[in-house]
Design a binder for this molecule. Sequence first.
Ligand code: UDP
Length: 573
Amino acid sequence: MELLSENARKILQERYLIKDAAGRSKETPEELLLRVAKTVAQAEKKYGSQQGVEKWEREFFGMMSNLDFLPNSTTLMNAGTGYGQLSSCFVLPVKDSLSGIFQTLRLAALVQQKGGGTGFNFSELRPSGDHISQSGGQSSGPVSFIRVFDFAAEHIRQGGKRRGANMGILNVDHPDIFEFIRLRTEGKRLKNFNLSVGISDSFMKALEANADWNLINPRTGKSVRMVKSGVLWSELCEQAWLSGNPGLIFLDTINAANPVISIGEIAATNPCGEVPLLPNESCNLGSINLTKFVKTVEAERTELDWKKLGETVEKSIRFLDNVLDINKFPSESISKASLANRKIGLGVMGWAELLIRLGIPYASVDAISLAERLMSFIQEKSLKASSRLGIERGSFPNWEKSVFFPDQPMRNATRTSIAPTGTISILADTSSSVEPLFALAFQRKNVLNGETLQTINPLFLEMLKSERLAEGKILDQVISSGTCTHIKELPGKFRELFRTALEISPEWHLRHQIAFQKFTDNAVSKTVNLPSDSTIGDVDQLYRQAWELGAKGITVFRNEAGDQQLLYRGIKS
Ligand code: UDP
């Protein structure tokens, strides 16, 4: 595995390789991938022969060790170990009773202990100050329970490997919505929660008409207060501008694409937003490293290797479907819901790096049309692969109640999802997900031990060399600022290609998200970066545009706005 970078080895060593009691690694990175390949190939036994197991073990090992594809971190950490929980994404129901709330918290602790992230919609909880019949007292409301969940997550720490990530959602018609919106900036800060407001189409229409909006007590179904939709919205945008939270999730857009709507409506997503799920459902993810699919056709001319990409998508879908069969789910309820729809999420990483290698600037129409072409190809191949598995292994149990019935056999209710690939993109040594490069030189803070890793983008170094540009002076400038757009010694095209996240306008960020969303069954995890001088009005406009253009959710992040910025541009000595 000479392909692995120094950073990748460091992360594997710290968090992924199995250790003995004294903390010494019991496996090498190669052995880790072999452990994963062997375990995932075991699922073939259920459907075929021992020969199949060996064939797929080789195939799976091959694509992981080439860094063509990697499954989500939980699969890498836990496959073939006593833990065996292989999904990263969960949504748990929160019922309006004290025992229901704490049963969910217990389950969330178990999920997080093994590396999974949990999303919750708290809108069924009665508002603060509402009547409690058993005690005659008053309810403390959803916001106080979110704090309890946050406190618990702080102490779980996922077996020392990563923090428990959470998504907390409250619907826009809940009486406690104002308190929820201010949750990130008022009082003691939440450390382990992303927050999103659940937005309905009817709210967006009320907003367009500047109409009044009813806040409804979920216990009684009655309106308790009327507010101006515009006032609620302005508060929401201001808080997002201040802290990056709350984001929005567009519930009607999500349910319009829900393939098993007869089973239930979706009310929540996992922590980073890429997987809308029914209560108790989970989803296991994997991502294709796009930089491995570039080929040189004539001297100097590069293009995508569509054939190899198609084959890799097919194998990846099989891999992710196998994971469902060997997954050890943390509860019977999660096992039942997850296996009924067999949702999986294949995504991509290295998009920004791919564009650079093809000579296409991120902020360009060419990038958007390639995004659409690429993702529609991946979506179509995934659909075919899952359909073939449906014929080979049987369709998912709820298939007869799904949009695929009766014409199309289908093994998995959803097949694609664009995850942030926060860790696996470091293992694959490429840019994360569909994000632009964050910086050309940066420090990355390890949230667990506070250590910082310093990196200069290797692709930038490689391209500097190939263009025979004088490195010394240029690198000094890149190291101090993290960017290269101001360096006059560099050719214009080069500066355009290496634009970083904050030098790309929010509109282009959103256009990429929408281009990928058009051809993704689940959702796209994307941060729309805003420059520090952007206004509340900019957030307002982006949030409205996101809904109009068909996003399933949106998150903005203003530079230096929040307290959780883990990446810093430029290296400060
Ligand atoms: N996740 C989590 N804790 C973390 C990072 C991620 O629980 O510290 C979960 C979360 O549900 C997120 C999903 O894993 O949406 C995928 O995140 P990412 O792609 O960054 O994970 P990777 O597989 O790269 O570690």
